[in-house]
Design a binder for this molecule. Sequence first.
Ligand SMILES: Nc1ncnc2c1ncn2[C@@H]1O[C@H](COP(=O)(O)OP(=O)(O)OP(=O)(O)O)[C@@H](O)[C@H]1O
Length: 620
Amino acid sequence: MPHLFIDIFDVNQLFSSLIGGILYSFGISFLLPTFVIILVKEKEDRIVRMMKMHGLSSTVYYFTHYLHFYILYIITSAFLIVTGYFLKLTFFTLTDPWLIVILFFIWGHIQIAMAFLLSTFFKRSRNALVITFVIVLCSVIFAFGIELVNTPLNGNSSPLFYFVWPPFAFYRAMSIINHSSFLVDLLPMKLSDLQPGNEVFNAVTALTIEYFILMCLTIYYYLVIPSEYGVNKSWNFICSQLFAQPLRFITPTALEAGKYVNGDEDVINERKNVLSDQYSDKPLLVKNITKIYNNGKVAAKNIAFAAEYGTIFGLLGPNGAGKTTLINVLTGLYKQTEGDATLNGLSISTSINDIYRDIGVCPQLDILWDNLTVEEHLLFYARIRGIPLSKERDAVYSSLKEAQLLSLKSKLAENLNNRERRRLSIAIALVGDPAIIFLDEPTTGLDPESRRQIWKIIVGSGKKLSSINNNSNENITSKNNRTIILATHSMEEAEVLCNRIGIMSRGTLRCIGAPSRLKQLYGRGFRLNFSCKNENLEKATVYIETLLPLSAKKLYSFATKVSYEFEARPGFLSKIFKEVERDKEENGIDNWGLSQTSLEEVFLNVIGEIDTEIEYILNE
Ligand SMILES: Nc1ncnc2c1ncn2[C@@H]1O[C@H](COP(=O)(O)OP(=O)(O)OP(=O)(O)O)[C@@H](O)[C@H]1O
């Protein structure tokens, strides 16, 4: 094996030697780990998912990457070829250039296909970097090890199975072309040598077939491998689509058998209505969604409800109740474990890419680019939503106006304060006038004044722009009005903004209804509070107690402040109001007030009941 001994002044020998060959082959292959890292890093990054939620088509996304990678590859291989010519490597100077072009052309595509396929198996870019780098290095060293034994000088050809791993096929073809170019007993290769039986022909054919196989496998794995974000199909989706059956739902009985806590009667009725298709005309139908994370955490259980046009539906619940999980499932960020949902008639299981075009999402955390201005953010999202160029500026202007950001349009995101960043996230959700908007805790962490400002924007955004332009007197539940799903753990926010509320706890929808209905069901009726001077306390207390029903409960009597809770029959409130106003001075009452139970109390009562129920189940 004379080519093993390197004469460092003979570049042809250097290239054909073990070390030179390894370095050169690695140079041609090093882009593979780079491509894999780029793809895996973007998987880690929520911003890509955010872009997809706003309508970026997967085909456009992957095609852009393909093009980007191929351009990088052309630049790199052009550099290597020019360097080869410059160093007068016979590989480049004597071989038919078309042969080199064909080999390099297919190798670029193979590297990209391998990168796409490998990236489906990694969740973290650091692992991807190390493992892909090792794969490339081992492939190069192994291939050259084989070359030592099976050098073209011996006239042996490689068995076909050797070409199953694309890098081996490529390195073998390189080696044969290289040896033919500088060994005196062989002739430099021409394009016409590419004929059946020739090893380079076999290698190029194997690479072409493998490219298509790799691309098919990549598409399959992208669709089925579960990732942290995104909706994946089941491994047998091709068969199951051929023999499609109705979607399977977890029945309430199954959940009860599993000792899950179910909702109240309204929740059960809502579920029946949703599943019996009585609500098929509603813009949002959540049909028994269950989400179990990979670590076994059941974050949402059997959730079923519908939301109307032109309403703000509040998803209320303490931290960890499952609100964000549910929103993430409805917006395609996570795949549900069971159940389905339809948004404007389209199923999240089968049509999530079409759904993206008509929803707006304001995530819990602002996902912004610090070095883009407010307006640039909106233009970017308008573009990926597919808004025609002629209407882009108008769409951006409308959402700037709705989110009260017109005066800040040229400000960089890094210079925005918290309140402005939130408004920008809402503006992103509004761009393009989507029919359904998801707002995940839009005011968390803001001061009271900022919260009120955001509330105004949310209330204003309930009306779709198209309806504002067309007919300002439109009915609130008109199809032209937006449906807003608002996740919050602020009762005050829900009370101010929402027409309908679902209270979640521990992944279960516990109760559902208009705020007044929830107060009626879970409130403890009304409260009467009064304050008086110390010397009048007894007299005032006796007076109030004679007015209130016998069932009234004294909540507290603290210093000179007293509070009662009671149920009121129709007409009772106006009677008590007139009497106390008339007699208060006579009975030593300085201040007094009547109030209905707040949502805060409803919430505490509902959550309190669940905790008791769960304790009961656990102790059973
Ligand atoms: N990616 C995940 N993997 C495993 N468990 C998760 C994941 N994300 C959330 N959880 C768990 O699922 C449960 C519901 O979380 P989720 O964030 O949906 O609740 P939430 O009601 O939105 O609460 P918060 O207001 O704190 O956001 C919690 O117990 C949480 O720890």
